[in-house]
Design a protein. Sequence first.
Length: 291
Amino acid sequence: MPELPEVEITRRRIQPALLGRRIRRLKTTAESYFFLTAPALLRRALKDQTALELERHGKYLLARLESGSSLLLHLGMTGQLFSSAAVSPRLLSASARATLTPNAQICFKPDKHTHLVFEFDDAGPSVCFRDVRKFGKVRLLEPGEVDPRIARLGTDALSIGADELFAATRRRSIPIKSLLLDQSVLAGAGNIYADEALFLAKVRPTRPANNVTRKECEGLVRALRRVLLRSIETGGSSISDFVGPDGKDGHYQDERKVYARGGQPCKRCKKPIQRLLIGQRSTHFCRHCQR
DNA sequence: ACCGCACCCTGAGCGC
DNA sequence: TGCGCTCAGGGTGCGG
């Protein structure tokens, strides 16, 4: 599940394969929930365009094009943006994976889940967007147009201060975990890093936001920065689908303390990690360490 | 304004 | 070459 670190890794590593290369052709799959801009329009608009910059806004990527238009991308739950030269079993459908022989040359071939393929004027690799569950999004923005999803985003989770987080908690009675997932409060945190930050800060995820203290908000802001930066350092979390644009797995899953560790011993006190649902999201915490 | 929840999607895993 | 069920969850939108 791509969150801030995975999106930032994607941004950094896809840049060399994307920026400054003239798009000869864009291939797309058929109209679907994924396309906020109709695929035919997208194909026309991107032909002969060149991306100059790639920005991250929370979990969104925004490619600035030479024409002044922009391309908005969201990876959703299972989105993968990568070079066609990347090699990873995570980029293959289950059936393709099953027929792999141990030493087979793994060569990516767009499948039915590969919704975008950017081909370039030079003969180099394509850039592909694959998304099995289609929770991802793609949209073309006209010059000067600001997407409302971007406009609604709160401060980036890497730069939010304790004052701002504390102020946001005052008016809200929802669980602090739900507040951390609210992209209009702070942009970029998702289920994994919210759980991990709450553990590091020793705050129980069920606590009503308006009952979290100023000091705890300071701890939460520090913990968020720590887990997000560390995850970026280790290449993100490759728990199910995430893989870097170069085909490399991330390794933060090896360092996680609570996420998806329900029933296993707490790394700090050895008591079993609890799992429950908060706002339809599975939540993991230590009843002893988090108060 | 705020909050809880259904919904969008598909594959993996599991019980029978 | 089994079938049907449940679960995973980011973001949106709706009803209370």
